[in-house]
Design a protein around this ligand. Structure first.
Ligand SMILES: Cc1ncc(C[n+]2csc(CCOP(=O)(O)OP(=O)(O)O)c2C)c(N)n1
Length: 662
C-alpha cells in the first residue's frame, strides 16, 4: 500500500504533467485532471489490471475516461505508466496535428485509449457495452479467459446528458456487476456552479436504476480505495460519487469554472505547483516518482503472463475460436452459405419485404457466427432480428445472444460500440430507419472509430405506410450517406439483401446500415451470380433493348418501379437501362472509370428513390430527372402514398417521354 506522501507525489505528477501539457498547447482542460488525479492514482496503482507493455491484452480491465475533455489525465497516466505510444514528446505535443495526444482521446490514434470520448455521456454508454461484452464472453469462454472490470470516470456533464439515463438503466437492469463508475462530483461545469442548471441527486438516480451508489471524498485515497474494493464485490454496477475540487491546487481558480477549460496561466500554474509542493520545472518528473509510476505500469505483467499460459493450455478449438473472434475474422463457411442462400432465393423467387429477407439471412448465418450479438430497441417483431433459436441475454444468464435494448436507440448504438471495441462480438442493432436520428451520435462515433457494427434499420421510406410522416424517413439516407466511413445499403430484393449482409458481416473498418422495407418486393435478381454485385455500390440490373436513351437509377423498393418503367418505355420505343444502386456512397467511392462505365452515356438520366434528392446529382447531374420526395410523407396505405407523391412507373415514363420529345 502506498503511503500518503507517496500517493500525493504520484497524484501530483499527474497534475503537473496535465497543467504543463495544457499550458504548452495554449488550450485544453486542466481542471478535471487536477481534480481527479487522486482517484485515478488509486485506481491505477491499486486496482486496474493492465500491462502498459501490451495495451491490447484481451483480459485487461477497461478504463474509459468518459469526460474526454480531461484527456490530459489519460495521457499523463499512459505516459507515466510506460505506454510506448505516449512519450514525453507526445505529451509536449498535446493537441498538435498528428500527435498521439489529440484534444480528446481517440482510440484509433493512441494505443491505450479504449474508446473515443468527448461527446459527453457516450463514454459511459460505451462502457456499458464493454461491461456487457465481458459478461457475455465470460459466459461463453469461462472466467479463466475472461474476467475483468470496466472502470469509468464520468463528469457532471456525462451524467446530465440524456444518454446517461439510457446507459445506466440498461446496466442496472442487466446487473453488470463488473462496471464501476467513478463520478467526478465537483459541482462545476462550464457556465459555473452546477446549481445553475442541475439539482439531481445522482446517488438516488443510480440507485433507482438498480445500481449501488455511494459518496466519498475524492481526495482521500483510503476512502476511494475502500469504495472501489467494495464495488468490486458487488452483485450489480456501482457508482461512486467522488467529491472533488476542480483544478485542485490552483490558488485562485480551484473550485471554479475558470479551471475547467483553459490554461491556468504562468502565475496560477506556478502558484499551483507551490501549493502542491511540486518543485520541478515544466514536464519534469523526479526519478523516484517516474520509477514508481513505471512499476505501476508493470504491475499487471504477471497476470498477463498467467492469462497467456491459461489461453495456451486451453483446448485447441477453444483457443482458435477465441482468437478468431477477437481479431474479427469470419468463418470460411460464410461465403458459401451466402451463395447457397442466393441460389435458393433465385430458385424460389419470393416476393417478400427486405426486412423478411434479412431474417432469412440471419437464420442462415447466425448458426455459423456465434459472435453475432443481435438486438433491437423494442421493435423485434418489426425488425425481424430475432432468429428462431435465439436466446435472450438477461441478468442471470449472459450466454444468450439476443439483447433486448429497450426503447433506447442511442443507448443501444453506444453499447454496440462498446461491445465491438471490447472484442469477441459483432453487434447488430435494430430500430426503425427514422430513429437513426436518435442513435446518430453513437453511429457517428462508430464511423469515426471504425467499429464493425451493423444497424438493421427497417421501415425505410414512405413505403411503411399508415404510421405517417413521423415514422417515414425522407432525409435520413442522405444524412447517413454524408457521414464519412458510414456504409449504407438499401437492397432492392432478397438477393441484394443477402449480398448487403455479406458485405456488412465482412466489413472490418467501420459500421454498416441496412435500410430495409416493410412492404413486400418482387425478386428482381433472377440470374445466379457467384460474385457480390452490391460490392461496387451499383451495377446494371437490366440492360436496354437497344441503344439506350435513358438510364434509370434506383435503390431499394424503387428498383421495382424502375424495372416497370423500363418495360413501359420499351413499348413506346424508348430504350432504357436500369441500374440498381444499393449503396450510393460506395458507388461514388469507386474509381472514375468504374463509375463512368456504370453511369453510361444515355442522354437522359433518372434517379428514383422515395427520399430527398440530395446526393443524387453526383450520378444524374443537375439536369437529371429525380423521382422521389421533396417534403415529409403522409399517413395512408403505402400504394396511395406512392401514387400521391408521384413515385410511380407512370410518372417516370411521363417525365422521360416529355424530356425525350422536348
Ligand atoms: C454532448 C456534449 N455537449 C457539450 C460538450 C461541451 N462541453 C465540454 S465539457 C462540458 C461541461 C463541463 O462540465 P463537467 O462535465 O462537469 O466537467 P468539468 O467542468 O468538471 O471538467 C461541456 C458542456 C461536449 N463535450 N459534449
Amino acid at each position: 500500500m502506498t503511503s500518503q506522501v507517496e500517493h500525493d507525489r504520484l497524484a501530483n505528477a499527474l497534475r503537473a504533467l496535465s497543467m504543463d501539457g495544457v499550458e504548452k498547447a495554449k488550450s485544453g482542460h486542466p481542471g478535471l485532471p487536477m481534480g481527479m488525479a487522486d482517484v485515478a492514482t488509486v485506481l491505477f496503482s491499486r486496482f486496474l489490471k493492465f500491462d502498459a507493455a501490451d495495451p491490447s491484452w484481451p483480459d485487461r480491465d477497461r478504463f474509459v475516461l468518459s469526460a474526454g475533455h480531461g484527456s490530459m489525465l489519460l495521457y499523463s497516466l499512459l505516459h507515466l505508466t510506460g505506454y510506448e505510444s505516449v512519450t514525453l514528446d507526445e505529451i509536449k505535443r498535446f493537441r498538435q496535428l498528428h500527435s498521439k495526444t489529440p484534444g480528446h482521446p481517440e482510440n484509433f490514434v493512441t494505443p491505450g485509449v479504449e474508446t473515443t470520448t468527448g461527446p459527453l455521456g457516450q463514454g459511459l454508454a460505451t462502457a456499458v457495452g464493454m461491461a456487457l461484452a465481458e459478461r457475455m464472453l465470460a459466459a461463453e469462454f469461462g472466467e479463466d479467459l475472461v474476467d475483468h472490470y470496466t472502470y469509468v470516470i464520468a463528469s457532471d456533464g456525462d451524467l446530465m446528458e440524456g444518454i446517461s439515463h439510457e446507459a445506466i438503466a440498461l446496466a442496472g437492469h442487466l446487473k453488470l456487476s463488473r462496471l464501476i463508475v467513478l463520478y467526478d462530483d465537483n459541482g462545476i461545469s462550464i457556465d459555473g456552479p452546477l446549481s445553475l442548471a442541475d439539482t439531481v441527486d445522482q446517488v438516488k438516480r443510480f440507485e433507482a436504476a438498480g445500481w449501488l451508489a455511494s459518496r466519498v471524498d475524492g481526495h482521500d485515497p483510503q476512502a476511494v480505495a475502500a469504495a472501489i474494493a467494495d464495488a468490486r464485490t458487488a452483485d450489480r454496477p456501482v457508482m461512486i460519487a467522488c467529491r472533488t475540487t476542480i483544478g485542485f491546487g490552483a490558488p485562485k481558480k480551484a473550485g471554479t469554472s475558470k479551471a475547467h477549460g483553459e490554461p491556468l496561466g504562468a502565475e496560477e500554474l506556478a502558484g499551483a505547483k507551490a501549493a502542491l509542493k511540486w518543485e520541478y520545472g515544466p514536464f519534469e518528473i523526479p526519478t523516484d516518482i517516474a520509477s514508481a509510476w513505471r512499476a505501476i505500469g508493470e504491475r499487471g505483467r504477471a497476470a498477463r503472463e498467467e492469462w497467456q499460459r491459461r489461453l495456451a493450455a486451453a483446448p485447441q478449438n477453444t483457443r482458435d475460436d477465441f482468437v478468431r473472434r477477437l481479431v474479427g475474422e469470419r468463418p470460411k463457411a460464410l461465403g458459401p452459405t451466402i451463395s447457397a442462400l442466393k441460389g435458393k432465393l433465385i430458385a424460389e423467387a419470393p416476393s417478400i419485404a427486405t426486412r423478411k429477407a434479412s431474417e432469412l439471412v440471419l437464420e442462415a448465418v447466425v448458426p455459423l457466427l456465434p459472435e453475432m450479438a443481435i438486438g433491437s430497441a423494442d421493435l423485434t417483431p418489426s425488425n425481424n432480428t430475432r432468429t428462431k433459436t435465439a436466446k435472450a441475454v438477461n441478468a442471470a444468464d449472459f450466454s444468450g445472444r439476443y439483447i433486448h435494448y429497450g426503447i433506447r436507440e442511442f443507448g443501444m448504438a453506444a453499447a454496440m460500440n462498446g461491445i465491438a471495441l471490447h472484442g469477441g462480438f459483432l453487434p447488430v442493432g435494430a430500430t426503425f430507419m427514422v430513429f437513426t436520428d436518435y442513435a446518430r451520435p453513437a453511429m457517428r462515433l462508430a464511423a469515426l472509430m471504425g467499429t464493425s457494427v451493423v444497424y438493421v434499420m427497417t421501415h425505410d421510406s414512405i413505403g411503411l405506410g399508415e404510421d405517417g410522416p413521423t415514422h417515414q424517413p425522407v432525409e435520413h439516407l442522405a444524412a447517413l450517406r454524408a457521414m464519412p466511413n458510414m456504409r449504407v445499403f438499401r437492397p432492392a430484393d432478397a438477393v441484394e439483401t443477402a449480398e448487403a449482409w455479406q458485405l456488412a458481416l465482412t466489413r472490418k473498418d467501420g459500421p454498416t446500415v441496412l435500410a430495409l422495407t416493410r412492404q413486400n418486393l418482387p425478386l428482381l435478381r433472377k440470374e445466379p451470380v457467384e460474385s457480390n454485385l452490391c460490392a461496387m455500390g451499383a451495377y446494371e440490373l437490366s440492360p436496354a433493348g437497344g441503344k439506350p436513351t435513358a438510364t434509370l437509377f434506383a435503390s431499394g423498393s424503387e428498383v421495382e418501379i424502375a424495372v416497370a418503367a423500363q418495360a413501359q418505355l420499351a413499348e413506346k420505343g424508348i430504350h432504357a437501362r436500369v441500374v440498381s444502386v444499393p449503396s450510393l456512397e460506395l458507388f461514388l467511392e469507386q474509381p472514375e472509370d468504374v463509375q463512368k462505365a456504370v453511369i453510361g452515356d444515355a442522354p437522359i438520366k433518372v434517379a428514383i428513390e422515395a427520399a430527398v434528392r440530395f446526393g443524387w446529382d453526383a450520378v444524374i447531374g443537375h439536369d437529371g430527372i429525380f423521382v422521389g420526395m421533396a417534403t415529409f410523407g403522409a399517413s395512408g396505405p403505402y400504394k396511395d402514398l406512392y401514387a400521391y407523391f408521384g413515385i410511380t412507373a407512370e410518372s417516370v415514363v411521363e417525365r422521360v417521354t416529355a424530356r425525350h420529345n422536348g
